[in-house]
Design a protein around this ligand. Structure first.
Ligand code: ADP
Ligand code: NI
Length: 227
């Protein structure tokens, strides 16, 4: 069933080059399986959750697809999932993602927590930096504008609209917050290491740009977030 789902998901995402593609799914799969080693959980649910967590993403398939979980349902039917399994996966994927988290919609099962942690970890660290850079490039966003500081509080209803930000501001608005959203012990450890790399990257970047007020901003931001 997993192999079959993998084939269908790869078919659906193979043309995506926005940072959600197959490479993202493969990295999240490996990370989730690693986190699953330290938890008592159903690995089949974790695997299917990873494979299906982006197949109805509003950024690729539109908000209607995200709300109805259209592709998730089709794939679950095609692989012959039982009603019970279907409901578990549908419930899980409806709770994965930063925009849903902003609205207070968080995973409630250990399998969902593992998938969420692994997915969020792929937005931090070296791949997180590369994915954010790619996203900005594709959306015509600037990497950095020293005159535009990040939003302190993100409005959950505004986040999914196509408001432009800069890559650097996206780091403050989302990526640096992810480590505090981890739900498993293994996820927390992984996220912290990746978070520290992003902080080091930003500090070095601001130094190279001679954007010294941004180093002060970064330090204050980290302090406010309990670091
Ligand atoms: P995920 O698939 O990990 O849930 P998202 O769907 O939210 O992540 O976004 C895909 C990737 O694009 C992530 O790495 C994210 O940090 C990045 N991204 C999303 N919005 C922006 C933005 N406005 N500027 C730069 N990068 C962004
Ligand atoms: Ni994802």
């Amino acid at each position: 069933m997993i192999a079959q789902a993998k084939k269908l998901v790869y078919e659906l995402l193979k043309n995506d080059n926005s940072g959600h593609g197959i490479e993202h799914i493969e990295r999240v799969y490996d990370l989730a399986m690693k986190f699953a080693e330290s938890e008592k959980c159903d690995k089949t649910i974790v695997a299917l959750g990873v494979l299906l967590h982006d197949v109805d993403d509003y950024k690729i398939f539109g908000m209607q697809s995200q709300l109805n979980l259209t592709n998730t349902r089709t794939i679950l039917d095609k692989i012959g999932a039982s009603d019970q399994l279907k409901n578990k996966i549908l419930d899980m994927v409806s709770k994965i993602g930063f925009s849903k988290c902003l609205k207070g919609n968080r995973p409630t099962t250990i399998e969902g927590m593992i998938v969420s942690d692994a997915d969020m970890c792929d937005a931090i660290g070296a791949n997180g930096i590369l994915r954010a850079n790619l996203f900005s490039y594709l959306h015509g966003e600037n990497f950095f504008d020293k005159n535009i500081f990040p939003q302190k509080q993100l409005d959950p209803n505004e986040y999914t609209k196509k408001n432009k930000t800069t890559t650097v501001n996206h780091f403050f608005e989302k990526i640096l917050r992810l480590k505090n959203l981890m739900m498993t012990k293994a996820g927390k450890e992984e996220a912290l290491a990746r978070h520290n790399l992003v902080v080091t990257f930003l500090r070095q970047f601001f130094e190279e740009e001679k954007a010294f007020d941004w180093i002060v901003y970064l330090d204050e931001y980290l302090k406010e977030n309990g670091e």
